[in-house]
Design a protein around this ligand. Structure first.
Ligand SMILES: [Zn+2]
Length: 76
């Protein structure tokens, strides 16, 4: 039946939108104890390099909004 096929496609579309919304909602945060450079570990999108330094103590993934935050140095 054509109608059921259409419904399935609509459902798939909806699921895709929901997954996108979940990605935006779940802003993962990673707290670092020292400066760090690497790649976002989310494999759902292209590689994105992340660099957190004392001069720029936070970074956000361009694709999935995951955040890396350098914890404050207690010596200061
Ligand atoms: Zn990412």
């Amino acid at each position: 039946m054509r109608k059921s096929r259409y419904n399935l496609n609509a459902q798939e579309k909806l699921n895709k939108e929901l997954r996108k919304a979940e990605l935006i909602q779940e802003k993962e945060k990673v707290f670092l104890k020292s400066e760090w450079q690497g790649y976002c570990d989310n494999t759902d999108h292209p590689l994105f390099s992340v660099r957190v330094t004392h001069n720029k103590p936070w970074a956000t993934c361009y694709y999935c909004s995951k955040m890396w935050i350098l914890e404050k140095d207690k010596k200061q």
